[in-house]
Write a protein that binds this ligand. Sequence first.
Ligand code: HEC
Length: 167
Amino acid sequence: MNNSTSLYIFIITIGTIIILSLSKIFFDEKMWIEKEEEVKGWYCGTVPTGIDGEILVFDSLNIQQEEIVKIGKELFEGNCAQCHALNKKVVGSALAGVSERWESEEQLIEFIKYPEQIINKNKYAQEMYEEYGQFMPNHDFFDDEQLKSILFYIKYRSGEKVYVELN
Ligand code: HEC
C-alpha cells in the first residue's frame, strides 16, 4: 500500500462517517417534526381522562348530540318550563349553568328525582329550599338517560362547551 492509497481510503472513511451523521440528523429532525404535529393534533380536541378513554370537547354539535338536545328540549318544555327558565327565576331558580353549582351530575340527577331527600342532607340544597320556600315535586318517573338529556339541553342553551364521553 503506497501513501496515496492510504490517503484515498482515509478520505472515503471520513466521507462515509460525515454522510451517515448528516443523514441521521436529517431523519431525526423529520421524526421530531412529525411528533410535534401529532401532539398539536391531540391538543386540538382531545383531553385524556385516564379511565373511560377520552373526552372530546365540541363547540358545535354532531348528529347524535342534536338528537339529545331535541329530546331534552321537549322534556324540559313539557315538565320543567312551568317553573323554570334559563336566565330568570320563576317558581324555581334560573337553570343556566346549573351543572356547575353541583358537585356531580349524579347528585344533580338524584336531586331532580327526589328533591326533598337531598335537601335533608345537602347544605347547598337546604339553602336553596330556604330561599324558594317550597319543595320541587319528585321527578322519579324519569330515567337517568332522560334527565341527562334535559341537563345536556340546559348546558347547550347555557352556551357551555359540551363534553361527550366515548367509552
Ligand atoms: C312545580 C314547580 C317545579 C317544577 C315543575 C320543576 N321544578 Fe325544579 N325547582 C323548583 C323549585 C321551587 C326549586 C328550588 C329548590 C327547592 O326548593 O326544591 C327547584 C330547583 C331545581 C334545581 C336546582 C337549581 C339550582 O339552582 O341548583 C334543578 C336543577 C331543577 N329544579 C331542575 C328541574 C327540572 C330538570 C325539572 C323538570 C324535569 C324541574 N326542575 C321541574 C320547582 C320546580
